[in-house]
Write a protein that binds this ligand. Structure first.
Ligand code: HEM
Length: 419
């Protein structure tokens, strides 16, 4: 595909012959128009009653974008039409991404997924609940008398990371380096697909170089940390190969370090702006626990992709094998066709529909951990800081990417109201 530089410096791919002009929109998944006013608000700009089910952007190497919740779900659910062979954009960068098993389709994917589930299933996650709770309490308690904090920096960036590093049996001092690698994987800053691919490749190799000696050390080990369980697991009756173990453990690090961190800030910003929603769950333990799924619906954070597996006509639109389709999960739970009044956080919403954790064979393997971390955050925070708000003039900063990042979340509270 030929590419032409334009005035704003970003490279735009030429429109392939099978893509009609009327489906083309200028949408940059790494620099969304209007993101300064909110990440979900920026994605919602492209969703409307007259918008086609798929639009095509020449940016980020040129790719389709699913604009409806039902399309996002269907694409995730059908690997025979939409393959995981490449899932990051631009495609050049996605081809450098080598983590396991996110790029596999069934049946190859299935035994790797079984192995992941042995480490992250609900029973195993229940076993660590008290440690997770203590990690939250240890962070919140010292904040209470201060009357303020930057929630993103002082809690969200540390809590899930501590939990994950403890589960994996890795030292906290490695975190800054791993966070930098995660940033380059999910929000690479480059003007051309080649620049982005080079950054992603370097970050992917950085993860591999980090996990490689850890894996060697834990093969044959008897510990029950997540890495030991994974590297001694079996695939089709044989111990997982060293190469695949490297990819699998690297993926766990990425999943454990870069998703919940940002998700927590989104819902705390919302709750800080909506004290009436906090009041509804503050003293209602059951409502709080049942309401956590609604938080995942309301605040999706991932936008990854699938590759069209074969030439086909999908919902009346011609797709060619190898085309890429971006699935902005923000457009899943927030689609009016999926949920009535989707901007409203309704703790008691029935039949919640969302694709925040994807759908189909690759549906997030870490969702039980993510749910626990969200629940515990809300419980322990509200027990101690029952009323809080955004500081005057606060302007959270959002950085779009495969996972959206949130910074600058200054919260304040009256110390007299704390418990
Ligand atoms: C807010 C929190 C989270 C969200 C929104 C989220 C979202 C997702 C999504 C959308 C996928 C599908 C990717 C694809 O196939 O294209 C995924 C897969 C995955 N996630 Fe999560 N995730 C979260 C937390 C976690 C955590 C805490 C872990 C723990 C280690 C984790 C581990 C994984 C793994 C291992 C996969 C790959 C599953 C497979 O390929 O079968 N995730 N996640």
């Amino acid at each position: 595909m030929t590419q032409a530089a334009v005035a704003d410096n970003r490279v735009r791919a030429a429109r392939p012959a099978h893509i009609p002009e009327e489906l083309v929109r200028d949408i940059d998944m790494y620099a969304l128009d209007g993101i300064e006013d909110g990440f979900h608000e920026a994605w919602k700009r492209i969703q409307g009653p007259d918008v086609p089910d798929l639009v095509w952007t020449p940016l980020t190497g040129g790719h389709w974008i699913a604009t409806r919740g039902s399309v996002i779900r269907e694409v995730y659910e059908d690997p025979t039409r939409f393959s995981s062979e490449v899932i990051f954009l631009p495609k050049e960068a996605g081809e450098k991404y080598l983590m396991v098993p996110t790029r596999m389709d069934p049946p190859e994917h299935t035994p790797y997924r079984k192995l992941l589930d042995t480490g992250l299933n609900p029973a195993r996650i229940r076993m660590i609940e008290e440690n997770v709770r203590q990690a939250a309490i240890d962070l919140i308690d010292p904040l209470v008398p201060l009357g303020k904090c930057d929630f993103a920096r002082d809690f969200a960036a540390i809590f899930p990371v501590r939990v994950f590093m403890a589960m994996a049996g890795l030292p906290m001092e490695d975190v800054p380096m791993l966070v930098k690698l995660s940033d380059d994987m999910t929000r690479p800053q480059g003007n051309s697909p080649e620049e982005v691919a080079a950054l992603l490749d370097a970050a992917n190799q950085g993860f591999f170089a980090y996990v490689e000696p850890v894996i060697r050390e834990r093969i044959g080990g008897t510990g029950d940390d997540l890495i030991t369980v994974m590297v001694n697991g079996t695939i089709d009756g044989e111990r997982i190969s060293h190469e695949k173990a490297v990819g699998l453990v690297a993926l766990l690090l990425l999943g454990g370090l870069d998703t919940v961190v940002n998700f927590l800030s989104f819902f705390m910003i919302y709750l800080a702006r909506h004290p009436e929603k906090v009041a509804e769950v503050r003293d209602d333990e059951l409502k709080l626990r049942r309401g956590v799924e609604e938080l995942f619906r309301r605040f999706p954070v991932v936008s990854d992709a699938r590759m069209v597996a074969k030439d086909q006509v999908y919902r009346g639109i011609t797709l060619k094998a190898g085309d890429m389709v971006l699935l902005p999960t923000a457009l899943g739970g927030l689609d009016e066709e999926e949920n009535d009044n989707p901007w409203e956080l309704d703790w008691e919403r029935k039949n919640i529909a969302h694709t925040t954790f994807a759908a189909g064979p690759h549906r997030c393997a870490g969702l039980h951990l993510a749910r626990l971390e969200a629940t515990v955050t809300l419980q322990e925070w509200l027990k101690r800081i029952p009323e809080f708000r955004l500081a005057e003039g606060a302007k959270p900063v959002y950085q779009a990417g495969t996972v959206v990042a949130v910074h600058d979340v200054p919260l304040v509270w009256d110390v007299q109201t704390t418990r």
